[in-house]
Design a protein around this ligand. Structure first.
Ligand code: SME
Length: 154
């Protein structure tokens, strides 16, 4: 099945999952699982802003680094820039934090409410050049749906 079709099927399922549950961590956990397996990503997870750094949240995949500073790595840069970053080859990204040698490309989407980042969704692929505008579009919608969950927990 092509990627867009998979997202089109997954999106309403993920939205329904999130809307039924008010707990943020439960929702972040299920979103990771719902995305990770259909696409066979290498690593799918959240980092949450706590004071001045990103701290590892729910994820699927191998053990990862637990803390990432502001402006550090792809995640810290997406936090600083308040923008989605798509990296076709992590070896070419200055300052990439290599949690796993198998990670070849990645996308990081910041979770933003009122211009303030509260976390990031980080997805790593074991292939180069995995992510494009289709991923950006659907993953951004999923992140927006998670904002409601964040608001009701804070
Ligand atoms: N890729 C990230 C580090 C986190 S791991 O990939 C899970 C980065 O450079 O921000």
């Amino acid at each position: 099945m092509d990627k867009e079709k998979t997202y089109q099927e997954l999106y309403p399922q993920i939205k329904a999952l999130i809307e039924k549950e008010s707990d943020l961590i439960a929702n972040l956990g299920n979103v990771c699982a719902a995305l990770h397996f259909p696409f066979n990503f290498h690593w799918t997870g959240f980092y949450l802003v706590k004071k001045n750094e990103l701290v590892l949240g729910p994820f699927q995949g191998p053990v990862a680094c637990t803390r990432i500073g502001f402006d550090k790595g792809v995640c810290g840069k997406a936090w600083k820039q308040k923008n989605t970053l798509i990296v076709a080859d992590v070896n070419q990204f200055d300052g990439h934090i290599a949690c796993s040698p198998f990670s070849k490309s990645e996308i990081v989407i910041p979770l933003i409410i009122n211009d303030e980042v509260w976390g990031v969704l980080d997805i790593d692929s074991s292939e180069f050049d995995t992510f494009d505008e289709i991923d950006r579009k659907y993953l951004s919608s999923i992140c927006e749906a998670l904002n409601f969950s964040y608001i009701s927990n804070n």
